[in-house]
Design a binder for this molecule. Structure first.
Ligand SMILES: Cc1cc2nc3c(=O)[nH]c(=O)nc-3n(C[C@H](O)[C@H](O)[C@H](O)COP(=O)(O)OP(=O)(O)OC[C@H]3O[C@@H](n4cnc5c(N)ncnc54)[C@H](O)[C@@H]3O)c2cc1C
Length: 464
């Protein structure tokens, strides 16, 4: 049953632009909180919630099991201070409760990511669609917003001494009170339809090019230049004529914990590293790509990476170990003594790269080769040339400048009754559910503010 349409006459209209996580969360919450508000959701494509559908390998990584706001905010390379404030309004605990109250129970994986117990993103989609139906959100697909403008507020009528309400165009008399009408948004759609609305929430997501934000710039907002975040590193072969870096032969090999650093920067991360067809991936690399999104774009993705495959060790500690092995394991083949518990293929590769043949024993290891091996173990260096999108999972760093949005309301500081939510803002998180949490939080705050601003009756302002 459509509760809202059946029971309430609508006074004001909210248009939400974008049928993703943030747009839906704003629309369904605003419609529920404000029964008299007409809520229209515009989506340019033929698909709703398409990223929710594919995220987390089709399971939807709804949020992250972190319950400390300061800690949580540290997972956002851009917008951490903004998020630290917004999370006070709607936190991970609220997300968990919101979905659970609507029949979508979440579970936590070992690494903290939270998924629906059904292991299917469809549960999240069904939940949001049910809410939209229940509270009468009108969804319009194939409706791309091309431009928008705001018509300023004006006095539309006055109350005269004889209490009779008349248009201002008519006779003048003593004015006792005035009825204001806030401005209206005129929204131009690609199909030439023009909508007007009292409130607008822009939840149109990220975009790879600045030009795609032009319609928001035309509104008077400024954009922090978009650059990709969350990508893997393509390694470049130093050998002339060889396109592929030799380590890519180990494609599929992963190391549980390695430390990856980017030369000439402070960027360093520790965690699982995966060797791929093109180079390096895995959580440590993806986190680096997020933290370094701007720096790495500035050098056109040409930089050197240093990997410590044994992050608990350094050159000195390994030297000590090798010295001991020369006595205790002198007759053992180095190849069979993978003391660092590295994957065997990687150990073998690092020996080959250090020119240590398969039969060499610890007793026969020349000091020079030992040094090279130690270097390859704790400071393996490779050149990165380019990037690859991680499983089509990308996030845009950049978007609406945060100084132009009030974090406690999500309202534009430039245009009254205009709101923003989700990835369109200059906020992005590392992988693990942080981007969705920002979408839920900002969508909810915008909904709450709009519901507060749209009382059931239009306001009558007394003239002083
Ligand atoms: C493959 C993939 C996997 C991901 N996995 C995860 C994950 O596991 N965990 C996590 O936290 N994050 C993940 N992310 C990131 C996360 O999906 C996004 O940060 C989040 O979906 C952003 O939500 P949004 O509503 O702001 O934007 P979007 O989901 O991008 O939605 C914006 C919508 O607006 C529409 N739109 C744009 N412009 C207009 C216009 N002018 N008029 C009308 N409609 C318009 C778009 O078509 C789109 O449907 C993933 C991203 C991808 C691509």
């Amino acid at each position: 049953m459509n509760l809202k349409n059946s029971l309430h006459k609508k006074n004001k209209t909210l248009v939400v632009i974008g049928g993703g996580a943030a747009g839906f969360f704003c629309a369904v919450n605003a419609a529920r909180m404000s029964p008299h508000l007409q809520v229209i959701l515009l989506e340019r494509s033929t698909k709703l919630l398409s990223k929710v559908k594919v995220s987390g390998g089709g399971r939807c990584n709804v949020t992250h099991a972190l319950f400390d706001i300061t800690e949580m905010s540290k997972r956002y390379p851009r917008g951490d201070k903004f998020v630290k404030k917004s999370l006070h309004h709607f936190f991970t605990t609220d997300t968990i409760e919101w979905f659970e109250q609507r029949g979508v129970k979440l579970k936590t994986e070992k690494d903290g990511r939270m998924f629906p117990v059904s292991d299917s993103s469809q549960s999240v989609i069904d939940c949001l669609m049910n809410e939209a139906n229940l509270y009468g959100v009108e969804i319009k697909m194939n409706s791309e917003v091309r431009s928008m403008r705001y018509e300023n507020s004006e006095v539309i009528s006055m109350r005269y001494g004889n209490s009779e309400e008349r248009s201002m165009k008519y006779e003048k008399s003593e004015v006792r009170s005035m009825r204001y009408e806030d401005g209206k948004f005129l929204i131009n759609l690609s199909n030439n339809i023009i909508l007007n609305s009292d409130y607008v929430c822009i939840a149109s997501g990220g975009a790879p090019k600045t030009s795609m934000f032009q319609w928001l710039v035309d509104l008077g907002h400024t954009i922090s230049e978009p650059v990709p975040s969350l990508f893997t590193f393509n390694l470049h072969s130093a050998k002339p004529g060889s396109a592929k870096h030799p380590i890519t032969e180990l494609m599929g090999v992963s190391v549980e914990k390695a430390r990856v650093k980017i030369e000439g920067t402070k960027l360093a991360e520790e965690g699982p590293v995966l060797i791929t067809h093109w180079g390096l991936s895995g959580p440590a690399v993806l986190k680096l790509s997020a933290w370094g999104a701007r720096e790495l774009a500035a050098v056109d993705y040409l930089f050197k990476v240093h990997v410590n495959w044994l992050p608990e060790e350094n050159a000195n500690s390994l030297k000590e170990k090798f010295r001991n092995f020369r006595f205790s394991e002198s007759n053992k083949k180095i190849l069979n003594h993978n003391f660092g518990k590295l994957p065997n293929r990687l150990w073998q590769f690092l020996l080959e790269q250090s020119d240590i043949h398969a039969d060499m024993r610890f007793a026969d290891l020349p000091a020079k080769k030992e040094n090279i091996l130690i270097n390859n173990l704790v400071d393996y260096t490779a050149e990165v040339k380019g990037k690859t999108t991680f499983k089509e999972e990308f996030v845009t760093a950049g978007g609406i400048n945060l100084s132009e949005v009030d974090v406690n309301t999500m309202m534009s500081r430039k245009i009254k009754n205009l709101f923003f939510a989700g990835e369109v803002l200059d906020v992005d998180g590392i992988t693990g559910g942080f981007n969705f949490q920002h979408a839920w939080t900002s969508g909810w705050i915008a909904a709450k503010t709009i519901s507060f601003l749209s009382p059931d009756n239009e306001s009558i302002c007394d003239v002083e």
